[in-house]
Design a protein around this ligand. Structure first.
Ligand SMILES: Cc1ncc(COP(=O)(O)O)c(C=O)c1O
Length: 446
């Protein structure tokens, strides 16, 4: 075991050391090497050291350098040092974080991370959190908490009776709603197609004056951070309208929610503390390892009402029981890595992480403009949309950049156009990486 783990650490350290200088996306040779994994299930055991050697030899070159400093695709963060190291140690612990009795340490760190996050994001004290696989699962947690609360107020126990014969719920979303919310609505039995869509403006923000009449059986889903532009819905206005009639407001803040941790960015997202539920990702902007998301429910009892369950063999303690907050029972201790990120950076380090990424986005947009590339969005956060002179020219630029390998950014679809989307979500990106990426752009554009 000792030799094997030393070998694993050596290989991992070498991988990370080489990461800044390697191609961001694997080349054809590395991808062809994946064929080496093919073959039948071995009939007999083999030496774990050989298994690890093969994984590193064939697997490492075929990874996408999302943990490196010039990966700007989708909205994908890297991994900070402390959560990465914590993840290695927690891997050795192999704790079942589903209940206090399964892992007192995982449960306690999750409880502390919950409290720290509520403070950091200036949410309402006492807000409950669920540590999930990602923002899609966190959106699901928020929406089933909403379903629980609104139907309970209507005298219906949805966990016991299901939706058969239940009072109907309405769901209102902005036109730019993320697929993950639609998935969550479908899974929750609220329907992807029954939703009422509210028009969005040129940046993708829901137009508050276009909201339909709300009522106590309505869930309104807003967005903090549009996946393309980074724009925020006018959540404070939506919350005010919703509160008057007892509607529920859920906010998908997969990356935008972190703006609340920065004094310079918090004004983008006022009123979020009054939202009934919110979803965010740890594995995006908080830069903790996959997979990691967090759901927040302002009145914790609605999260617990939707998720809790009893079984005679389970031991329930006086403390916060993780399995009362998530769809899973047994699961890994995601809260450990979240705790490590928060503990290592502190308020100042976290603010610097989010501010720095936004500064990179500003500088990149400015540099692209200087090259004659059109920036399609107002760069309010960490996302930049570039048009290289029409969809075809943009597609050619994306292809050329990806082939060149200095950086990786992908295409998207935005209000009838097909720009390149560049997302600054990693702690590892330096000013020099931004300049180096602009140099790559210059070589492609000119
Ligand atoms: C706004 C928004 N919501 C939800 C998600 C889904 O997050 P995850 O892939 O972690 O489930 C994303 C992912 O990009 C997103 O940008």
């Amino acid at each position: 075991m000792q030799e094997l783990l030393d070998d694993a650490a050596r290989r991992a350290i070498r991988y990370l050391r080489d990461l800044p200088e390697r191609r961001v996306f694997p080349d054809d040779e590395a991808l062809a090497g994946l064929e080496g994994f093919e073959g039948d299930l071995p009939a007999e055991p083999s030496d774990p050291a050989e298994v690890l050697e093969k994984l590193d030899r064939l697997g490492s070159p075929a990874t996408v350098a999302t943990c490196g400093p010039r990966y700007f695709g989708f909205v994908i963060g890297g991994v900070l040092p402390a959560p990465m190291a914590a993840s290695w140690l927690a891997g050795a612990w192999d704790q079942n974080a589903g209940m206090v009795t399964g892992s007192p340490v995982a449960a306690r760190l999750e409880e502390i991370a919950e409290r720290w996050l509520v403070e950091l994001l200036a949410l309402t004290p006492g807000t409950g959190a669920a540590f999930t696989t990602g923002a899609t699962a966190a959106n699901l947690c928020g929406i089933v908490a909403a379903r629980h609360a609104l139907l309970a107020r209507a005298g219906w126990d949805v966990e016991a009776e299901g939706l058969f014969g239940a009072p109907p719920l309405r769901v209102v979303v902005g036109d730019e709603v993320h697929l993950s919310v639609l998935k969550a609505l479908g899974i929750a039995g609220l329907g992807r197609a029954r939703i009422e869509r509210v028009p969005a403006d040129g940046q993708g923000s829901l137009i508050a004056s276009e909201l339909p009449q709300l009522d106590a059986r309505t869930i309104v889903c807003c967005q903090a951070g549009n996946v393309n532009t980074g724009a925020f819905d006018p959540i404070a206005e939506v919350v005010e309208r919703a509160r008057e009639v007892g509607a529920w407001v859920h906010v998908d803040g997969a990356f935008g929610l972190w703006a609340r941790a920065s004094r310079g960015l918090a004004s983008l997202a006022p009123g979020l503390e009054h939202a009934d539920s919110l979803a965010t990702d740890g594995h995006k902007w908080l830069n903790v390892p996959y997979d990691s998301g967090i759901a927040f429910v302002r009145e914790r009892q609605h999260l617990v009402g939707a998720m809790a369950g009893q079984a005679a063999y389970l031991i329930e303690t006086e403390r916060r029981e993780p399995w009362h907050t998530t769809p899973e029972m047994s699961r890994r201790g995601r809260g450990i890595e979240v705790w490590a990120a928060l503990a290592s950076l502190g308020r100042a380090g976290l603010e610097d992480l989010f501010d720095r990424c936004c500064r990179h986005a500003q500088r990149f947009a400015e540099g692209a403009r200087d090259l004659g590339v059109q920036v399609l969005n107002e760069v309010v956060l960490n996302q930049v949309l570039l048009d290289f002179g029409g969809d075809e020219a943009t597609a050619r630029a994306i292809e050329a950049l990806q082939r060149e390998g200095t950086l990786w950014a992908g295409g998207t679809s935005w209000q009838g156009r097909a720009p390149m989307r560049v997302s600054f979500s990693s702690w590892a990106t330096s000013d020099a990486d931004v300049e180096r990426s602009l140099d790559a752009l210059r070589r492609i554009v000119v």
